[in-house]
Design a protein around this ligand. Sequence first.
Ligand code: COI
Length: 350
Amino acid sequence: MDSLKITRTQHSKLKGVDFNNLGFGTTFSDHMLVCDYKHGQWGKAEILPFQSISLMPSAKIFHYGQSIFEGMKAYKDQDENTWLFRPEENFKRLNKSAKRLAIPELSKAVFFEGLKALLKLDNAWIPNAPGSSLYIRPIIFATGDGFHASPADAYRFLIATAPSGPYFSGQVKVLIEQTYSRSANGGVGFAKAGGNYAAQFYPTQLAIEKGYNQVIWTDDTTHEYIEEAGAMNIFIRINDTLITGPTSDRILDGVTRKSIIDIAKSEGIPVEVRKFKVSEVINASQKGSLKEMFGAGTAAVVSPISAYGFKGKDFELPVIENPYASLIKKRITSIQTNKSDDPFGWRFKV
Ligand code: COI
C-alpha cells in the first residue's frame, strides 16, 4: 500500500482522559483511519483527527442499513510493546460480512497497514492497566445515496478506537427468549451487521424491564435450542464438560469462542461443540449438574452468568470453586497481554 497520509490533531484530548476510570467505548482516541470506495474501487487510506462525518440524508446506510463492523482490542505489555489478538480472523470475518451485505471487500493491505499506522500514532491511548485495552472498531458503511433499494455505489471503511475498561461489571442475569429471534436460517446472523444488534435492543429492553440484563437467544424455528447470549457466544458446563453450539449461518463465528475451545482442550477440559436444548440446561440445573454458563466475546472476553429465567421461573447457577470461566479468562488474557507464552501463535506484534 502507498504511504498513508496522516493529518495530526491540533487538539489532543489525551491529557483529559482518566485512564483509571475508563468506561467501555465512551472515550475516543485522537485519530481515525478512513478509506473511501468510489467508482468501483477502494481509494487511498488516510488518518485524520477523530471527527464527525458528513453524509447526505439519502445515503443508503440510513435507509437500508448496509453497515458492518468488527470488534478487536490492542494491548500493551509491561515493556510497552503493542499486541493484537488474532487480527487475521477479524479481517477475514469483515470481508465475510461485507460479502453477505453486498459491500465491496477490502484489501488486506488497507486493513493491516491502516490499523498498524493508527495504533502507532495513537499509541499513548492504549491502556496497560489490568482489564483495560484499546477497543478497536473497524466499520464499513454505505455512503452512496439514493432511495432505490439496491447496494450503494460508495462506501467508507473507518477505524475508530476507544481506550476501554470492562464491558460488564459484575455477573449477568439472563432471560431465555421464547418469542423474538436474533437470526434465521439463510439470514445474516453469522455476519457482524449493525442491524443484527439493532434488532436485539427491543427484546433486550423487555428483558431488562423484567429484571434481567441480557437475552439468551434460541433458534428461530422451535425456540428449543440455545444459540447465543446477548451479543456474545454462549458456553455451558455440565459436570466437567464444556459445551457450545456449532457455528452456522445463525451463529457468529466468534474469535473468543474458538480461542476458548482451543484453550479448554489444551487444559484437558472435555469440550463438546454441538447443539443443546433449553430442556437439557433445565434438566441439568434441576439435577445439580449445570455448573457454569458464560458468554464469550471480544468486548466482554468471558462473562459469567449468575442466573437465567425461563417461562417465569428463575434458575440460579451454583457458586463453585475454580470455575472454568476464570481459568479460561486468565489464560486468554495472559496470552493477549503477553503475560504468558503463546502456544497457539495468536499474538500479533504491532
Ligand atoms: C464484541 O464483543 O467486541 C462485539 O462486537 C459485541 C459488541 C456488541 C460489544
